[in-house]
Design a protein around this ligand. Structure first.
Ligand SMILES: [Zn+2]
Length: 201
């Protein structure tokens, strides 16, 4: 490849490598593959255009939604228990819990945990917003489903502290839902037990 082709590949690789989990080397391999496979590249482009146009973040729980009013199906569902919020790190975690059918309350996606290494402005803002929701929606319980790392623990303490003085129970999943595993491999019973055996903090 000459410089001009390399520039094209590098431009695509740069954007691909911004996706968590994709290193620059893999990104470059994908970009070259897309350069070779025009039909696939066009399909990808069209699906991305549709995603950008139709999908947004729910203004209440930060799940994804295609709804034009900015609220996801979970937040709008009258059948759900509106007195409980389950706080998760990522949208994938929310999807895992939803697919297991063991929880019927509301959610709030933090978008990460508090860390000394990364910019956690979004996480902190969302914790402030959680506090608002607890007050305004008369929430009775907040269930924390966060990773059992020191950063996860720090986040649990921070949330507990910011919700103090509010009349709300705070619990965390004791042994940890096997977050991050493909839901197909996660036993529904394990998820159910993890939520049932949550501890109040
Ligand atoms: Zn929502």
């Amino acid at each position: 490849m000459q410089k001009s082709e390399l520039d094209e590949i590098n431009r695509v690789s740069t954007y691909l490598s911004k996706i968590p989990g994709i290193g620059f080397k893999s990104a470059k391999r994908y970009a070259i593959w897309l350069g070779e496979h025009k039909t696939e590249a066009i399909n990808l482009l069209e699906s991305l255009n549709s995603l950008i146009k139709n999908v947004s973040t729910c203004s209440k729980c930060f799940n994804l939604t295609t709804s034009t009013d900015g609220l996801c199906e979970i937040c709008k569902d009258f059948e759900r228990d509106k007195s409980t919020i389950c706080v998760v790190q990522t949208i994938e975690n929310l999807v895992e819990i939803e697919q297991s059918n063991v929880y019927n309350g509301l959610y709030l996606v933090l978008g990460g945990v508090i860390s000394a290494l990364y910019d956690t402005e979004t996480v902190l803002k969302r914790i402030d917003y959680l506090k608002e929701r607890v007050k305004e929606e008369a929430i009775k319980e907040v269930i924390l489903v966060l990773s059992s790392t020191s950063e996860g623990d720090l986040t649990v303490h921070y949330i507990k502290d910011s919700l103090r003085n509010l009349n709300v129970k705070i619990s965390k999943v004791a042994s940890g839902i096997p977050i991050g595993q493909d839901i197909n491999y996660v036993d529904k019973r394990t998820l159910m037990e993890a939520l049932k055996s949550r501890i109040y903090i």
